[in-house]
Ligand binder design. Structure first.
Ligand SMILES: [Zn+2]
Length: 63
């Protein structure tokens, strides 16, 4: 079951319009936005891993 990300009203899986019929939210935009956020979170997690690895490297401590 699809849900409107803004008003959380249930939308039929057969409802293919790009705007929520209850609140008019742009469903395509919302979904795209969500995906961007997930990507950003993944990237941040990756960055943290790399930083932790770099901090473990011995040559950094010799300085
Ligand atoms: Zn809505």
């Amino acid at each position: 079951m699809r849900k409107c990300p803004k008003c959380a009203q249930r939308l039929s899986p057969l409802y293919f319009k790009t705007a929520c019929k209850y609140c008019g939210a742009d469903l395509l935009y919302y979904r795209f936005d969500e995906r961007l956020e997930q990507d950003a979170q993944k990237a941040a997690a990756q960055e943290e891993k790399i930083q932790r690895l770099l901090n473990k490297l011995p040559f950094r401590k010799k300085r």
